[in-house]
Design a protein around this ligand. Structure first.
Ligand SMILES: Nc1ncnc2c1ncn2[C@@H]1O[C@H](COP(=O)(O)OP(=O)(O)OP(=O)(O)O)[C@@H](O)[C@H]1O
Length: 218
């Protein structure tokens, strides 16, 4: 599903923070990525989610070599990857209600009508009551907002989900609920997962395998 091959990436033409790293996630596989703080895990996750252009190396998604990143990535490729970040407040437009937030990718995919019912189903599956869906991010807790962000990531039916420390800010019960939501989705759709985190115990339980960063070429 995802093949990162000898990827080098950094910021502002500075020293690369990811050097010559290779990583593969097979169709339907769940791979955990661990490593010390600042080693470049989030940067690599952003490359995998097509949000950051690598300086060198290749990214293949679903067997297709990716040639454009960020807004240059073709829509079909962009919607084949869902991404959830650690801090939902940085990832959510504060002007939107949670209902609008979850439905946000529908406009980007041009499938608004088709996905409207699905947005409601996902909100319910994420444990968000109707009264919460009318609120804006500043009127809900981090956990409630993260539930909406996970539902949003699942809306376009991604074939790969990239979770960058998705549960780092959450309590045990919200963590369990969100992992269960992702796992239910993966079981139904055969989607793959790249989960970045510090919690080795959680990742060992959640993933088929856990790899240390930087991983040897595989
Ligand atoms: N937008 C940016 N501009 C410049 N440097 C950045 C940017 N984002 C990250 N960095 C730097 O890149 C390096 C790797 O950061 P990254 O967030 O990928 O690491 P990480 O392994 O995910 O860390 P953590 O586990 O603490 O989240 C760090 O030195 C960081 O300061």
């Amino acid at each position: 599903m995802l093949e990162l091959s000898r990827v080098t990436a950094g910021y502002h033409r500075g020293t690369p923070v990811v050097r010559d790293v290779s990583l593969t996630v097979a169709d339907g596989e769940a791979v955990g990525l661990v490593g010390p703080s600042g080693c470049g895990k989030s940067t690599l996750a952003r490359v995998a989610a097509l949000l950051h252009r690598p300086d060198a190396g290749t990214v293949r998604l679903g067997g297709q070599t990716v040639r454009g990143f960020r807004f240059r990535a073709p829509r079909a490729l962009r919607t084949s990857v869902g991404v959830v970040f650690q801090q939902p407040r940085l990832a959510a437009d504060p002007r939107l209600t949670l209902r609008e937030l979850i439905a946000e990718p529908a406009a980007a995919t041009g499938r608004t009508r088709e996905l409207a019912g699905r947005a409601a189903e996902l909100a319910e599956a994420a444990g968000l009551a109707e009264s919460l869906l009318r609120r804006r991010p500043h009127e809900v807790s981090d956990g409630q907002l993260q539930r909406a962000c996970v539902a949003r990531a699942l809306l376009p039916r991604p074939r790969l989900l990239v979770c960058d420390e998705m549960t780092a800010m959450l309590d045990a019960s919200t963590t369990a609920a969100l992992v269960a939501l992702v796992e239910r989705y993966r079981a139904e759709h055969g989607a793959a997962l790249l989960a970045v985190g510090h919690d080795r115990v959680l990742l060992d339980r959640w993933c088929d395998r856990v790899t240390e960063f930087p991983s040897p070429a595989d």
